[in-house]
Design a protein around this ligand. Sequence first.
Ligand code: TXA
Ligand code: MG
Length: 359
Amino acid sequence: MVDPLGDVKKTVVYKVNPLRPERSVIQAAAKVIRMGGIVAFPTETVYGLGANALDPEAVKKVYEVKRRPADNPTIVHVADKMEARRLAAEIPEKGYELMERFWPGPLTLVLKKSEIVPSITVAGLDTVAVRMPNHRVALMLIEEAGVPVAAPSANLAGKPSPTLAEHVIRDLDGRIDMVLDGGPTEIGVESTVLDLTTPQPTVLRPGGVTLEELRRVLGEVQLHPAATAREEINLETARSPGMKHKHYAPNAEMILVEGERRDRVKERIRELVEEYMGKGLKVGVLVAGEWEPNVGHEIKVLGPEEDLKTIAKNLFKALRELDEKKVDVIIAGEVTATGLGVAVMNRLRKASGHRILKV
Ligand code: TXA
Ligand code: MG
């Protein structure tokens, strides 16, 4: 067997059955994690870039390989609810209720951290973000490794998150030890990050668990202004360090058209497409709902307007595909901002670098 941590970094890619993961494959990956290496693995949201969360050297490598700014903390993944008690100094009553209801699943809880969590894992904060993913490969890997696994999304910093192993390989081949290819991820947007250290539970990043679902358990939930990403956020008030960094950005310039009236939004998109094509630019279109195939040079229809699950699942892949087609500009349209749509709109606004046109 090749030493996965040898001098020449060859990224080993193993196919793994997402429903019944082959134990031998998981054991090989778990060994890499225990030895301080880095393994990309599927979760139900996006692929994660995993390292032993309790090993500062291993976590340091994660930041390096994805070129992540050192002030943006990672999420610590566990395979068992009780493991959260080791990582957190205290868990409020609400925390237990949320774990019961949503774990395993796409909800990350921000809690006061315990002594065992190294400073680098949380980027120097006194809190830790914890989640139990709902994916057999992820759970089995964490269990076999026997340690909590720090895992940011497995993309280069600033790029769209990976929903396929191919995306991970494209960004990180030769920089990490192993990729577990478990096929496409189910949800397609990242977990909801909920801060339980504030007087009112506060959503710092909308994601796979919707606000409506959280409100059913918690009653009141605050939405941090940055969570809607309506405008550029003030660095001083960034609670989640991830809020202030460039995100999900395709290589192309992106413009997002928003408005109450669907017909107006559609009309404006068409006008913009004409305008940019007139300038001799290659134009991509990123929309939901009914569209003729010949609008712009490359059109990505994310899904039917009301099918937010499909829209969320296709979003990051579509952004990457438009980049591969080397479009100069992407004109995107608003999607329904309820349920999973809140998370989708957050990603679209960030991907556009807040170039938002209201009609
Ligand atoms: O679905 C997901 O959450 C995926 C999969 C792999 O689990 N992971 C993920 O990780 O999206 P990452 O690192 O790309 O995003 C983590 C987000 C960032 O916005 C970060 O700033 C925030 O969580 N975060 C992490 N620790 C935090 C903390 N202690 N306080 C506030 N925000 C925190
Ligand atoms: Mg990320």
